[in-house]
Design a protein around this ligand. Sequence first.
Ligand SMILES: CC(C)(COP(=O)(O)OP(=O)(O)OC[C@H]1O[C@@H](n2cnc3c(N)ncnc32)[C@H](O)[C@@H]1OP(=O)(O)O)[C@@H](O)C(=O)NCCC(=O)NCCS
Length: 181
Amino acid sequence: MIIRTAKESDRNEILNIHKRAFGKEKGPVISKLVDDLLDDETARPILSLVAVNDDKLIGHILYTKVRITQTESPVSAQILAPLAVLPEFQKRGIGQKLINEGLKRLKASGTELVFVLGHPTYYPRCGFAPAGKQGFEAPYPIPEEHSAAWMVQALNGDALRNINGKVECSRALNEPQHWRE
Ligand SMILES: CC(C)(COP(=O)(O)OP(=O)(O)OC[C@H]1O[C@@H](n2cnc3c(N)ncnc32)[C@H](O)[C@@H]1OP(=O)(O)O)[C@@H](O)C(=O)NCCC(=O)NCCS
């Protein structure tokens, strides 16, 4: 299995990974989100990585740009969304490898903060911690019972010290339907 930057010619296979991984109800919604994000000027710079096994794409992760508003210190930040691994390849560490390879590349290119809205038991394994407590407001209010799902991590030791504010995503990700759970 290798991880490489996604190419434009991978797009259909990538959309199919999300359709299958997220299932009947959410699959089409998330797949459309990915399609939209890949064309969204406001999402750039993006980092789109695929996991490849025997020339077949088996996983995909997308990081897109966010801005922190209501803050005085400018910071370079991204959000991880979405991540998917084909059902028959899950639970082999591929999701974690995609996350970590992405974080490594983002750090190398100077990104300071990375956000995610996701499973609160999964992402802390890769260094994420609750973002609300750090003073970061999500684009839409997260209900108290799901507050642990809104997470952040600093890729450079100091990045969390002096900053808080409201996170504003790209146009495609800023749709309220993507912030309901
Ligand atoms: C979430 C997902 C990307 C993980 O990929 P993966 O390659 O199976 O992940 P890894 O092998 O790195 O890690 C597997 C671990 O994640 C856990 N995990 C998977 N889905 C989870 C979930 N919804 N909530 C909590 N933990 C979850 C597994 O139980 C497993 O735990 P274990 O190591 O204790 O057995 C994959 O399950 C997937 O595509 N799911 C459907 C789409 C989705 O929910 N994406 C995430 C959106 S936030």
